[in-house]
Design a protein around this ligand. Sequence first.
Ligand code: CA
Length: 159
Amino acid sequence: MLLLAAVALIARAASKGSNLLLNIGPDASGQIPAKAAIDDNKDSLWHSHPEPMAKNDPLPPPQSFTVDCGAVREMRGFTYTPRPVSCSVGVVDKCEFWVSLDGKDWTKVAEGSFPDVLESRKTREVKFVKPVKARYFRFVATHALPIDDRLAVAEVDVF
Ligand SMILES: [Ca+2]
């Protein structure tokens, strides 16, 4: 059971025409640019925490964001692009990928583990066991290197 929705914001994704429902931590008060995870720009980042993060106020995983694709579509897998090499804090190396038809009932369809993520920030592709039909997807960051109390993601997409 995921319990991640403390605050929900809705923003318009710039390039993919999706509504972004973004779940942020219970103590977050700032505008977190989660839409930056689906803007086709590897230099813009989703952060799990407000900027600047309070020194004694970590937001440990899992942290997530949820995307409304606007209509039911077939999904065969997802891609994940780590944050650029210019910073190595909170680089997500483990994640889960969930999908939903209605935004209420969720099914985990994949897990990702990228142990070489600090050395290589290339885009990773994870295929589901079988294609699924869904309108919503949720990227859940479950661990990060080398610091696990904040998380950042450059890009996530479905294919
Ligand atoms: Ca981005």
